[in-house]
Design a protein around this ligand. Structure first.
Ligand code: NAD
Length: 422
């Protein structure tokens, strides 16, 4: 079944620019530096010709956007989706710059993507496309320049092919530090698979503390039940919350008495979707967003919470596992309704933080225990949450504006200190 996605006229790069404009106003940013941040440093478009299983040649289009590297090498995932666009990739790379600055890890922002429908491709076609894409971008990525990672519909398998292709091309020795999100056997990190969901669960814990929300009586709705959504749901359940609604691309399920996340994951593994889960009633994807709950987790794709449905959201906390799920107009509505939005750049920063830990382990040829990884992640995300929350209180702005403001300040400081050359 092909992936459905809410077709939207909102251009993600326009949205990213709007967010930057607002932050620039708040910090009184120099016009020239504002322009520097409004343009990715480099965007590469590659055509990817491969032989399909039927013998025909098909040409896919791939992108790699490198937004800013003032604080360190570009870092960001690679997305496979039929609706990938150059503007989406550019926006995501800018958000990665902010995300790395908020997490205070020494990276800039990058992002990649291929316009394709991976669900309709064989394993062989996927491998040939991935390797050809890696070949196409090999000269602009590198362990000290640009370190990709997984994103929507890519995972350890694709990362391994990219690492292998890059290593073969560049000196023919294993270079695990070229990419993160790898399988454990070739230098992946313990705790990486759960990292995004785990980081999100820490930010929700911190938000609940500030808002005096009791996690043992809290209810959770999750849109999107992939890597980020599944672990977020499971870890919030472990904190005592009750997951009551979950959806994926095929539909949603609801049970006011609670859905056991482990059982739902098994169901999705065998049936390919959450739909048809025992002891639940089926609901639509939009119903999940509007579910009466304490914590809402958008964990699918962008532009899901808009002007049209924002006022129907009743959660106290919206924690964005997905990138860009809330539009600027919706943000204002949620802020007016006193809903605390933990923005993507903070809420899902656990993924890139553990990617950073993976990279450090690879560079040092070390392996850390899962506890070491999780403890470091907890400290890092808790500090990031606290930095953003105090900025939000100080400037009396929503958490997204506070995040962008904090990030812009950190990136601008680095640009100023380094200076412009040539
Ligand atoms: P994934 O491919 O593992 O899962 C995506 C899920 O969303 C699937 O369950 C899919 O069925 C569902 N989905 C797609 N369209 C939907 C729709 N219209 N309604 C409801 N569900 C829908 O991807 P992921 O890695 O979990 O990423 C999800 C989001 O989280 C993306 O925005 C991604 O950029 C972001 N993110 C992920 C990570 C990570 O480490 N995985 C890190 C940071 C951000």
């Amino acid at each position: 079944m092909s992936e459905s996605r809410n077709v939207s006229t909102i251009n993600p790069f326009d949205m990213a620019l709007e967010q930057l404009d607002e932050a620039a106003k708040l910090v009184n940013l120099d016009k020239g530096l504002h322009q520097v941040l409004a343009h990715p440093k480099r965007v590469l478009v590659v055509s990817i010709p491969i032989k399909m299983d039927n013998g025909e040649i098909q040409v896919f289009t791939g992108f790699r956007s490198q937004h800013n590297d003032a604080r360190g090498p570009y870092k960001g995932g690679i997305r496979y989706h039929p609706q990938v666009t150059i503007d989406e990739v550019k926006a995501l790379s800018m958000w990665m710059t902010w995300k790395c600055a908020i997490a205070d890890i020494p990276y800039g922002g990058g992002k990649g993507g291929i316009i394709c429908d991976p669900k309709r491709m064989s394993e062989g076609e996927l491998e040939r496309m991935t390797r050809r894409y890696a070949y196409g971008i090999a000269d602009i990525i590198g362990p000290r320049t640009d370190i990709p990672a997984p994103d929507v519909y890519t995972g350890g398998k694709e990362m391994a092919w990219i690492m292998d292709t890059y290593s073969a091309l560049k000196g023919n020795y294993g270079q695990p530090e070229i990419i993160t999100g790898k399988p454990l056997q070739i230098g992946g990190s313990l705790g990486r698979a759960e990292a995004t969901g785990r980081g999100l669960s820490f930010t929700v814990r911190e938000a609940a503390n500030r808002l005096k929300v009791n996690m043992h009586t809290a209810t959770v709705a999750v849109q999107g039940f992939g890597n980020a959504g599944q672990y977020a749901a499971q870890l919030l359940e472990e904190q005592g919350a009750k997951v009551i609604a979950v959806s994926d691309s095929r539909g949603g399920v609801y049970n006011k008495n609670g859905i056991q996340v482990g059982a739902l994951r098994k169901h999705k593994e065998t049936k390919g979707s959450v739909i048809g889960f025992a002891e639940s009633k089926s609901i639509g994807d939009s119903d999940v967003l509007e579910t009466d709950c304490t914590i809402l987790i958008p964990a699918a794709l962008e532009n899901q919470i808009t002007r049209k449905n924002a006022s129907k959201i009743s959660a106290k906390i919206v924690a964005e596992a997905a990138n860009g799920p809330t539009t600027t107009e919706a943000d204002d509505i949620l802020y007016k309704n006193k809903i605390l939005v933990i923005p993507d750049v903070l809420a899902n920063g656990g993924g890139v933080t553990v990617s950073y830990f993976e990279w450090l382990q690879n560079l040092r040829r070390e392996y850390w225990s899962e506890n070491q990884v999780n403890d470091k992640l907890d400290k890092n995300i808790t500090r990031a949450f606290s930095d953003v929350y105090s900025t939000h209180e100080k400037y009396q702005v929503n958490m997204r504006k506070a995040s962008t403001l904090l990030a812009v300040n950190r990136v601008v400081e680095a640009i100023k200190i380094r200076g412009l050359w040539p």
